[in-house]
Design a binder for this molecule. Structure first.
Ligand SMILES: Nc1ncnc2c1ncn2[C@@H]1O[C@H](COP(=O)(O)OP(=O)(O)OP(=O)(O)O)[C@@H](O)[C@H]1O
Length: 877
């Protein structure tokens, strides 16, 4: 097979001069070759210098790759090659040929150039295919000269000729002679290329680092990585996959491929999928310090099912390199690159930069998420702060949960007033479209705080997260219902106001941040507490309004202006004064004996005034213990004095924009009089124990049966207060001075009590009217009213024939009549003693003297004190 060629294809001149020229050419070639830096220059130079001395068709330099024991074309003499038009030429140029075969082994073993006749060797099944391709191109013989680097073969220079036996001994010796120069030149080129490559890599990494340093968002990263990778890998695509929050799966983070249309269905599926880390490929990359090269086909045939492999295969990515993205000891993801050659240093450099950028973006995203969450909570808090009613609450909650959090409200349950059951407060029924019947059944069954899920949530510090899948496996009806919604987790939290459990909230979501959950629950708890408080206030307000309406109605019926009976001159004078003063804000002082209708007149004035729409507020100054009068009138703050457990507003504040009726003003203690005077003068007050001054707009009507001038003289009533009150006095005449009103009053009361008792009494016998006229009426209209009431009760239907004027009254009337020198006070004193005797000394309660006199027990007590009536007076005689 091996054949030494003896003949030169071109005969050199045998002259000494021509030998000299040859030597010089070869010397020059040797010198030139050592300076060659560019690989194309080498082959051009070689051909130029040698071809003018020796004949051959073309030449090629191949290089050995010791890693995989192959050799491949490195320098090509394209122009001269007779096979460049051959169909397999390109394939040959790119191919790697194994060293382990006889032809190349022979070339390796020979220290001299060695030639082969193609016909002899090309059909050997192990021989490289380029031999045959050359033969087909007309080549017949090949001279192989080994190139060495130090002591190691680094490649070969192949010289081809179409003339058999074309390599002379002289040419062989020349080739041997310049083999070391050629080797030196090739290694220079390689070194140079290496340096150039390193510089390129460096400048690439520098550019990449510059591009990536400006990256702030995922979109920036995509742009920078796509632009840079295009430079080193013009056709291949790439994808950066990020490890998801679950730590178990990875999803596409950034990707670029010009080979796949963006709307491709499989691509979309791959981009939105979560691939398990442990899929036999990703885990290997994450565990590997160096980039790993995978054959798509081989991995599929190994049984790896992930659809991304299908996408790669379909796109024509035969090999993929996976490099982990990592910061410190933390894996962030993987860069997958469609590439068939691995430049470890370059890829590691790229991945280092990408990892830093990704970590920055993720940190940025985290900060942004936190800010967004906080902003969201502030908005939610604003929305919810104004919530007073349940519909407003529902609108606010649904808006935030669905639109912003992509969470569904499964249910809010609130603990009922029995503290044991829970009532559904709010829920999203649309969640249970697939299980409406089950949902309705569950909601219809009232659960209580001992229901296992509820009990767990209520006793937890900050809620429980239930895995829907796991809970459904237990067969629990609630969990089975949750499963129909398709969400992964049920977030269940207690709603609390302070330490008190208000209820529970149940949110369905795949994942939710703790910060958000805590924030939302706190806000919702406050809102529910507010709604409940508001509902209570509204219910209370409604009740008060109803009571108020009822009271107003009652007062209107009892104290109707039209129901003031009396048409005599005395009462006409009263009506005239009332009509003069009603419209104004002036203080009115109503004077008159007990039972003459002072309160009736006061109410009539109020009802005829512009303040009539608000209730007149009455204070009975005689009925209150001295120490409570002030608090009653002006109110007090919590803790203002022992027993002041709550803040309370006084009657003055209650009567704001209305009328305050101070009944029995003559009984007011001096100390309270001073305070009252101040408020009347200044029209403002402070609650007891309070610092705030409260402006009031109150009209005052005061009433008394005492002679206030006398009281002032006696030092029991403040003169200045008297003058303040006595702005517009109206004196009511005693009934005995208006005998003409007795008949209409009697008829009025008969009709009133007939209606009340159901007895139809339409007339009063003339004798009765006569009888009534002769009585002195120390208790005035009230006494007449009660007398008629009793008489109506005791009388048969039809005509009132009899009234039951107490017998003693008749004698008293005489006594009174017989004692013209008795003062009004003395008459009052003896009348009270008489009534006390009749009630066997009982002052208040049923059948007591106060009831007979129709005055409050306290009033009777104070009158007795004032009139100096003791037990001896009514028990003694
Ligand atoms: N002119 C009147 N017409 C109809 N009823 C009257 C009249 N005057 C008084 N009455 C009735 O007599 C009763 C006592 O009246 P009222 O309470 O107004 O008297 P008073 O002067 O305020 O009594 P006191 O000084 O004891 O507080 C009431 O039921 C009232 O309706």
């Amino acid at each position: 097979m091996k054949k030494e060629a003896d003949t030169l294809n071109v005969s050199p001149t045998s002259s000494k001069a021509s030998l000299e020229r040859e030597r010089k050419i070869l010397l020059d070639l040797g010198n030139d070759i050592t300076k060659v830096r560019d690989k194309n220059d080498l082959i051009v130079l070689f051909s130029k210098r040698i071809k003018c001395l020796y004949y051959f068709t073309h030449t090629i330099v191949t290089l050995i790759d010791h890693k995989d024991e192959t050799y491949s074309a490195f320098l090509l003499d394209n122009e001269a090659s007779p096979i460049r038009t051959h169909a397999q030429y390109q394939q040959m140029v790119k191919a790697r040929f194994p060293l382990n075969e006889p032809f190349i082994q022979a070339a390796l073993a020979s220290d001299d150039p060695i030639s082969f006749v193609l016909e002899d060797i090309m059909n050997n099944p192990q021989s490289p295919p380029f031999l045959k391709v050359n033969y087909e191109g007309g080549v017949r013989e090949i001279l192989m000269t080994k190139l060495m680097n130090a002591d190691k073969p680094m490649g070969f220079i192949h010289i081809y000729t179409d003339k058999p036996g074309g390599f002379s001994t002289e040419f062989r010796s020349i080739m041997k002679g310049i083999a070391s120069q050629l080797s030196g030149a090739v290694s220079n080129i390689l070194k140079n290329e290496d340096i150039l490559n390193q510089e390129k890599e460096k400048s690439f990494l520098l550019d990449f680092s510059n591009d990536i340093s400006c990256v702030r968002t995922k979109e920036d990263l995509e742009k920078a990585v796509s632009a840079s990778l295009r430079k080193i890998n013009p056709l291949g695509g790439y994808v950066i996959r990020k490890i998801n929050d679950d730590g178990l799966t990875m999803s596409a983070y950034v990707y670029g491929s010009e080979a796949i249309p963006p709307d491709d269905e499989l691509l979309q599926e791959v981009l939105s999928a979560k691939f398990p880390i442990e899929d036999g490929l990703q885990n290997r990359v994450l565990d590997s310090y160096i980039p790993l090269l995978f054959s798509t086909e081989r991995e599929i045939s190994r049984g790896i099912k992930s659809i991304y492999l299908q996408l790669w295969k379909r796109t024509g990515y035969k090999t993929m390199v996976g490099i982990r993205l990592r910061i410190a000891d933390r894996n962030l993801g993987i860069l997958w690159l469609a590439i068939d050659e691995v430049n470890i240093q370059l890829l590691k450099g790229i991945c280092h930069q990408i990892s830093i950028a990704m970590a920055n973006i993720m940190a940025n995203e985290e900060v942004e998420t936190k800010q967004r969450e906080q902003g969201f909570l502030i908005d939610f808090s604003n929305d919810i702060a104004s919530v007073k009613t349940k519909p407003e609450f529902e609108t606010a909650v649904f808006k935030v949960l669905e639109n912003l959090l992509h969470t569904k409200l499964a249910m809010i349950q609130v603990i009922a007033s029995d503290g044991f059951h829970l009532d559904p407060f709010m829920y999203d029924r649309s969640l249970y479209q697939n299980a409406v019947k089950d949902f309705d059944e569950i909601v219809a069954n009232r659960i209580n705080i001992e229901e296992p899920y509820t009990a767990r949530v209520l006793s937890s510090e900050s809620g429980v997260v239930f895995s829907v899948e796991d809970e459904a496996k237990t067969g629990n009806v609630f969990a089975l219902l949750w499963k129909t919604t398709g969400f992964k987790n049920m977030y269940s939290l207690p709603l609390r106001a302070g330490n008190q459990n208000l209820g529970t909230i149940w949110l369905l979501a795949d994942s939710l941040s703790q910060l958000m959950l805590k924030g939302i629950c706190a806000q919702i708890s406050i809102a529910i507490a507010n709604i409940q408080a508001n509902e209570k206030v509204l219910a209370y307000k409604k009740q008060l309004e109803q009571e108020n309406d009822y009271l107003k109605e009652q007062i209107r019926t009892i104290y109707n202006f039209a129901e003031i009976i009396g048409s005599g001159d005395e009462m006409e004078k009263v009506y005239h004064l009332m009509s003069l003063v009603a419209d104004s804000n002036s203080t009115v002082l109503v004077l008159g004996e007990t039972g003459t209708g002072k309160e009736l007149i006061a109410r009539a004035i109020h009802n005829a005034s512009p303040r009539k729409d608000k209730l007149m507020v009455k204070v009975n100054c005689a009925a209150l213990p001295a120490n409570l009068i002030e608090s009653e009138l002006f109110g007090h703050e919590r803790g203002a004095f022992t027993g002041a457990l709550d803040r309370r507003i006084g009657k003055f504040e209650l009567a704001n924009h209305s009328t305050l009726f101070l009944d029995e003003i003559g009984e007011m203690p001096l100390e309270a009089q001073a305070k009252l005077l101040r408020v009347i003068q200044e029209r403002e007050l402070e609650r007891i124990g309070g610092k705030q001054t409260i402006k009031i707009d109150v009209r005052i009507i005061a009433a008394t049966n005492r002679d206030l001038e006398e009281e002032v003289k006696a030092g029991r009533f403040r003169a200045d207060l008297y003058y303040r009150l006595n702005v517009f006095p109206i004196s009511l005449p005693p009934l005995r001075d208006r005998m003409e009103d007795i008949e209409p009053l009697s008829y009025f009361f008969v009709s009133k009590f007939s209606k009340n008792t159901g007895r139809r009494i339409t007339k009063i016998a003339p004798g009765v009217i006569q009888q009534l006229r002769t009585y002195t009426w120390p208790g005035n209209v009230r006494e007449l009213e009660h007398l008629i009431e009793r008489s109506v009760l005791l009388s048969p239907e039809g005509v009132l024939k009899e009234v039951f004027i107490p017998k003693t009254s008749a004698s008293e009337k005489n006594e009174v009549a017989l004692l013209p020198n008795q003062s009004l006070e003395e008459v009052e004193r003896s009348y009270i003693i008489e009534v006390l005797k009749r009630s066997s000394g009982k002052i208040s309660g049923v059948g007591g003297a106060a009831e007979i006199l129709d005055i409050p027990g306290n009033t009777l007590h104070s009158k007795m004190k004032k009139l100096n009536i003791g037990k001896a007076d009514y028990f003694g005689k």
